[in-house]
Write a protein that binds this ligand. Structure first.
Ligand code: PLP
Length: 274
């Protein structure tokens, strides 16, 4: 594994972040996570486009061009020697004596780590995971992949304590997304997921799944649905860069059917992409 901070590659454990780094003091920044399969970054362009969108949304100037970021990823991968990796990158508003206003001139800082990917055991994918619902107490701009993840961190911990893999946020009963995943339901052979509004992260995996569904002629409905609809699902799954497509076997007290024909089809097609 390898890391990069500001202007140089460093060892993962090297002490490099100054006290007055704004990521550190304000959570003032954005991030991306990219999966690498067999040495090849998966849907890199889409992740970088989303990074740019997040940067624009928080009025952050990226310190590097997209081309430069791609070369840094390549270089990081090479130095890590890893074939199946997870690239984490974050851009903060930089290092500056603590004040709320943006530093002027801009002094954004790029951070990256390249680590061994956590491979999800296929038997867990067959079994599916248990999830719980929890109230969405986050802000209104969750489409921005911001470093401010306190509600996600707390909900994920609540899931762990309750022996669940993921906590799913609902707002007044409407299912939004998980702490670090998007949520899908299959009912009467249609695929449902919350629309790509500002209240959820527009997952790259979510979009890949919608595209695969179109190829498979599964009708997709991007409309809000409630927790009861999730309890009554024929099939349901969560999705993310790390988890790919992960079936849900139980939501709160509701056990879902173990036969998941459309989820299995989507997983098969997804795994053909890498
Ligand atoms: N929703 C949230 C809140 C996330 O943090 C993530 C990813 O970490 C996702 C959804 C899934 O997004 P992606 O498929 O781009 O990894």
């Amino acid at each position: 594994e390898i890391a990069y901070y500001k202007d140089a590659f460093v060892d993962m454990d090297e002490k490099v972040v100054p006290i007055q780094e704004r990521a550190h003091q304000f959570g003032d920044g954005i991030y991306e996570v990219i999966r690498v399969y067999n040495g090849k970054p998966f849907f890199m362009k889409e992740h970088l486009t989303r990074l740019q969108k997040s940067a624009d949304a928080i009025e952050l100037q990226l310190p590097y061009s997209m081309k430069e970021i791609e070369s840094l990823c390549d270089e990081g991968l090479k130095r890590s020697g890893l074939a199946d990796a997870e690239i984490y990158m974050q851009i903060s508003r930089g290092i500056h004596p603590r004040q709320h206003f943006y530093p002027d001139p801009a002094c954004s800082v790029f951070t990256m780590t390249v680590k061994q990917a956590k491979v999800i055991p296929e038997d867990l994918r067959k079994q599916g995971v248990k999830v719980m619902t929890t109230e969405d107490v986050r802000w209104k701009n969750c489409y921005i992949k911001s470093l401010n993840l306190l509600p996600n961190v707390m909900a994920k911990q609540k899931a762990k304590v309750n022996d669940c893999e993921e906590a799913i946020f609902h707002e007044d009963g409407i299912v939004k997304e998980g702490c670090s995943t998007n949520v899908f339901v299959i009912k009467d052979e249609k695929l449902y997921t919350y629309p790509a509004l500002k209240g959820i992260l527009h997952g790259i995996t979510r979009q890949i799944i919608l595209d695969l569904a179109a190829d498979l002629e599964i009708e997709a409905v991007e409309e809000p649905f409630d927790v009861n609809f999730l309890y009554d699902a024929d099939e349901a799954f969560i999705s993310s860069t790390n988890m790919e497509i992960m079936p849900i076997r139980q939501v709160d007290d509701a056990k879902l059917p173990s036969n998941r024909p459309l989820t299995v089809k989507l997983i098969e097609q997804f795994q053909k992409l890498y």
